[in-house]
Design a binder for this molecule. Structure first.
Ligand code: 6LW
Length: 530
């Protein structure tokens, strides 16, 4: 038995999709504009999730997907992961780039290599799913109904799939428009065979407070589907604004080896009316009653805790991180924005992070990949940034850096989007070195606090940190072993409720200013606070 606390996969891991191969479960999540994209985890107990890699981890894949051209919260949406005949299939959509289309990736080992994307002609909309049944393969997706009976009405459509050629075949079938009349965004469909029925599980209500999961069933995959009279089978919308976990929806079900069923769904942890960790992956048991799935029987919502009857083959991933950027490839927990962070290199003394030249950058925070036909959504300063997912409501994160060249600015950023974030930065002004804490809201920077350091010896190592708690975000600087508070500020502008979009907050080092002067970051530390 393994006891769990929800979320089982904390931090920005939305739109979970899960499949089982023998005793091992594999999980895929959305990753939007970040690279490497489409994180994959494995587990033997459905609780302890170990990173196994990313389905999009080559610059060439990012270029084919035009990741460099996607806006904030565009990019790689809601994937579906399935395993059939020894092959992993991953269906996904890239949104907002030049490509803006659904595609298929395949691999025989989830750790890779994954194929280049195969774009499916005619696969309109988002949230594709794949279903292998009785020797045939099917592809379903979600798109706006045109014309819809009301604004935001979507339809779940289905066609047969040739999984080898990556082609849709035959006639299209409209399966479902959602359970509740007037509900927007029936989306995130998944199909399952159970007890002589085909079940269609889909989210609806939108990924905000009204999010929910509903189910319909049919004797044949092409329909007609009849809704569960007990719909929705999962939501927290009825709990009201004070619930600590909200926006629950977008579930994928999996049958365990012992015949038990489980759901992985997204939810958000709310503090002061908002969430800034992004949409996280939660686990719930699923029972069957009168031919319909019941999520968390007897409770009807996600539990704070629970247990599975399985044991883990892996040790849990430690919550603390002390990364000294050892020579070699950058650890996969580091994310680049819209492509690999090209200004980042590991060396014997740590990370060398260098501002990209203005002429070749496509925007903040990115080592651009591929060609960019779409202009960036907002003017941005060329910045090199590496991001690490925040996973805890209370945490301390910091970097140590060697005093940089006076022509560059280096710091620690809490990134929500290009337009929204908080940061602390070290820069040289005529009066000497100064550390400044800055809030960025809707693209406008406001100074929160500044500390003049005056003369600092060349080669000195300084610390910059951000402490996140119910009190807000405290930015501090450490010079010669003395730590001083630079600013204490509200964390609200890191929340999705304020910044919009689909992603959680990342923390990590950034460098802007003159190219050609890499800044040495000797360590990054992250630790949850009690
Ligand atoms: C995704 C949709 C959703 O495509 O949010 O919560 C969208 N569900 O299914 C972005 O993650």
């Amino acid at each position: 038995m393994t006891v769990f606390t929800n979320p089982v996969l904390p931090g920005m891991y939305p739109d979970p999709s899960v499949c089982r191969v023998g005793d091992t479960y594999y999980l895929a999540n959305s990753s939007f504009e970040y690279f490497p994209g489409l994180p994959l985890h494995s587990s033997t107990d459905l609780v302890t999730w170990t990173p196994v890699g990313h389905a999009v981890d080559r610059p060439g894949q990012a270029a084919l997907l035009d990741l460099a051209g996607v806006p904030d919260s565009g990019g790689l949406y809601a994937p579906t992961l399935r395993h059939h005949d020894g092959v992993f299939f991953l269906a996904c959509t890239v949104v907002g780039g030049g490509a803006d289309a659904s595609f298929l990736l395949t691999a025989t080992d989830p750790a890779g290599p994954w194929s280049d994307p195969v774009f499916l002609e005619g696969a309109r909309g988002i949230d594709p799913t794949i279903f292998f049944h009785e020797g045939r393969a099917w592809w379903a997706g979600c798109r706006l109904a045109e014309p819809g009976a009301y604004p935001g009405q979507t339809e779940i459509w289905l066609r047969e799939l040739d999984p080898v050629a990556g082609r849709l075949l035959g006639q299209e079938h409209i399966l479902w428009t959602g359970a509740v009349a007037g509900a927007v965004w029936a989306e995130g469909p998944h199909l399952y065979a159970h007890d002589g029925w085909i079940y269609l599980v889909a989210a609806e209500g939108g990924t905000e407070r009204n999010h929910a999961v509903s189910v319909a069933r049919s004797r044949v995959v092409t329909g007609p589907y009849v809704g569960n009279p007990g719909n929705p089978i999962l939501s927290h919308r009825q709990l009201g604004a004070t619930a600590s976990v909200q926006n629950v929806g977008h579930a994928d079900l999996v049958e365990a080896g012992d015949g038990s069923w489980w759901a992985l769904a997204l939810g958000v942890r709310v503090r002061d009316g908002g969430h800034l960790l992004g949409r996280e992956t939660f686990l719930a048991p699923v029972g069957w009653e009168s031919g319909w799935p019941v999520v968390n029987p007897g409770a009807g919502r996600l539990g704070e805790r629970g247990s599975t009857p399985f044991t883990s083959a892996d040790a849990p991933t430690p919550a603390d991180l002390h990364d000294t950027f050892p020579p070699g490839p950058l650890a996969a927990h580091w994310l680049g924005v819209r492509g690999p962070a090209s200004g980042a290199h590991t060396a014997a003394d740590g990370l060398h992070l260098e501002s990209p030249p203005p002429a070749t950058t496509t925007g903040a925070d990115t080592g651009a990949v591929g060609s960019t036909s779409t202009p960036p959504p907002a003017p941005r300063t060329p910045t090199a940034f590496l991001g690490y997912r925040l996973r805890h409501p209370d945490l301390l994160a910091g970097i140590h850096l060697v005093l940089p060249h006076p022509g560059v600015t280096a710091g620690l950023a809490l990134r929500q989007s290009d337009g929204f974030g908080l940061r602390i930065e070290l820069a040289h002004a005529p009066a000497g070195w100064a550390v400044t804490a800055i809030a960025r809201e809707a693209g406008v920077d406001t100074v929160l606090g500044r500390m003049r350091l005056g003369h600092v010896a060349a080669g000195a190592v300084l610390g910059l940190s951000a402490e996140l708690s119910a009190a807000g975000v405290a930015f501090s600087v450490t010079v010669a072993g003395v730590t001083s508070l630079v600013a204490l500020t509200d964390a609200a502008l890191l929340t999705t409720e304020r910044a919009g979009g689909f992603v959680g907050t990342l923390v990590g080092p950034f460098v802007s200013g003159e190219p050609g002067h890499p800044v040495t970051i000797t360590a990054f530390d992250y630790a949850p606070l009690p």
